[in-house]
Design a protein. Structure first.
Length: 185
């Protein structure tokens, strides 16, 4: 009788563990992950996903793309700012040189000296190229954001899909030597 009682206690514990595992669904809401009703911190994500390599891989891929997205935000700001400053300064220098050349034009006609040329036109082109590169990286920001959001959404679906694949079963029956049970995870 003791053996039967112990078997029922074991069966109840295994069944309770299986129910607890199924009740704790993993989901994402507003860039926050939850396990059941518990809000997970980013430091806890690796521990929770450690048992599911596919979900962990998707989460790490999302983090890598999020890092690229952050880098693109910084690069866009730097490229557009530097390009704008270089463009404005070189345009101002070019206009000042043009005004000086026009003011000195009568003297240049009389003398046989040639005006010196500067590289303000090249700097203007470089500034425009920098601003163009900043615009291109700025356009890519929403694309990478959508991609890492997709990876994060995949984490929840992969975790929950694989959660129901693991089933715990307890088989109780008779054997040639008496009564026995088997437990499968």
């Amino acid at each position: 009788m003791k053996k039967v009682a112990i078997l029922f206690v074991i069966a109840f514990c295994v069944h309770g563990a299986a129910l607890a595992q199924h009740e704790l669904k993993f989901f994402k809401s507003d860039n926050t992950f939850y396990l059941g009703s518990y809000r997970l911190l980013e430091s806890e994500m690796r521990q929770v996903l450690h048992s599911n390599p596919s979900a962990l891989e998707s989460w790490e891929r999302g983090n890598a793309i999020k890092g690229v997205n952050t880098g693109m935000k910084v690069a866009t700001g730097v490229l557009i700012t530097v390009g704008g400053v270089v463009t404005i300064v070189s345009f101002t220098v070019a206009m000042t040189e043009a005004a000086a050349t026009l003011a000195l034009f009568p003297l240049l006609l009389v003398s046989n000296t040639t005006p010196s040329y500067s590289f303000s036109g090249l700097w203007l082109a470089a500034g425009l190229v920098l601003m163009g590169a900043g615009t291109v990286t700025g356009i890519m920001i929403p694309v990478t954001k959508a991609r890492y959001q997709s990876c994060y959404s995949d984490v929840a679906s992969i975790y929950n899909r694989d959660l129901y694949k693991t089933s715990v079963s307890l088989h109780i029956g008779t054997t040639g030597n008496g009564f026995g049970f088997s437990l499968k995870f």
